[in-house]
Design a protein around this ligand. Structure first.
Ligand SMILES: O=C(O)CCC(=O)C(=O)O
Length: 264
């Protein structure tokens, strides 16, 4: 069980800043078990590769349809991501996250999982996820977003998300779509707030240290983006989205519940 002390502090901090880091939600052994199963899957796709990074890069190239020199369509990496989503050790982490959800939403009896995923980021891709708000793609503001490093601690120079503190307070900003076709990884449609330059001026930029086992919980309106990766290894980030069960579930929910990558 995560040792969540000072529940009121966590909730207050979440409301004020739009995010909060909760420490020691997972044990190292739980993440190690997840990694072991991830590696088992990778091995099935590429026994001959020397490292996890080489395997992932090769899979990111394989079977992809190339458009304008970039992989625009399904690659083996898509397939892998689909398999990772169903790993038992990944779903075992949900119970722990559930406890955090209960702390943020004590007024509700139950939190449900809307999505669980592993995002794979590559050092070459410095525009992985540009500035955005989850609400722009999820359509439901009470969904809580959980982010945690899987392979190694996330630091400001290596993998930690960039966050504009307090940027959740003004609701959803009008956004424009930016289609991003990375050299490796998946094509992503980023929904960037049109007033992003003002938001950057108005809010402190936070790039925290997030140790393996810690989880960042963030508000669906918080403006955030991927941070850089300083070393050579691809980053694996766990993503979970959880919301309280309410009587007035929004019509978009059926879409949210579909098992699909979180980005279109
Ligand atoms: O893991 C990352 O780099 C960014 C994740 C993100 O922006 C998101 O989950 O919305």
């Amino acid at each position: 069980m995560p040792r969540i002390s000072k529940k009121g502090v966590i909730r207050d901090r979440f409301e004020e800043k739009g995010f909060v880091r909760v420490e020691n939600v997972f044990q190292e052994s739980e993440l190690d078990q997840l990694i072991a199963e991830i590696d088992d899957i990778l091995e099935k796709f590429g026994k001959s590769d020397k490292s996890r990074e080489e395997t992932l890069k090769r899979l990111a190239r394989e079977s992809g349809v190339k458009e304008k020199g970039r992989y625009a369509e399904m690659t083996k990496l898509h397939e892998i991501t689909g398999l990772l989503r169903h790993l038992v050790p990944l779903h075992a982490l949900e119970t722990k996250i559930q406890n955090v959800c209960d702390v943020i939403y004590p007024e509700y009896d139950l939190c449900f999982t809307a999505l669980t995923d592993i995002l794979i980021g590559f050092p070459e891709d410095d525009r992985f996820h540009a500035w955005h708000q989850e609400f722009s793609s999820m359509g439901e503001v009470e969904i809580l977003n959980f982010w945690y490093p899987v392979l190694q601690d996330a630091t400001p120079k290596n993998g930690a998300m960039k966050i504009l503190e307090g940027s959740h307070r003004n609701g959803l900003h009008p956004w424009e779509r930016e289609s991003h076709h990375p050299e490796y990884g998946h094509p992503v449609d980023n929904r960037i707030p049109k007033n992003i330059d003002d938001l950057i001026d108005e809010h402190p930029l936070v790039r925290g240290d997030v140790k393996r086992g810690d989880v960042i919980v963030f508000h669906s309106n918080l403006v955030h983006k991927s941070g850089p990766i300083a070393n050579n290894s691809p980053r694996m980030t766990g993503i979970m989205k959880m919301g309280p069960v309410r009587d007035d579930l929004p019509s978009e929910l059926s879409e949210i519940l579909e098992t699909r990558p979180q980005r279109d």
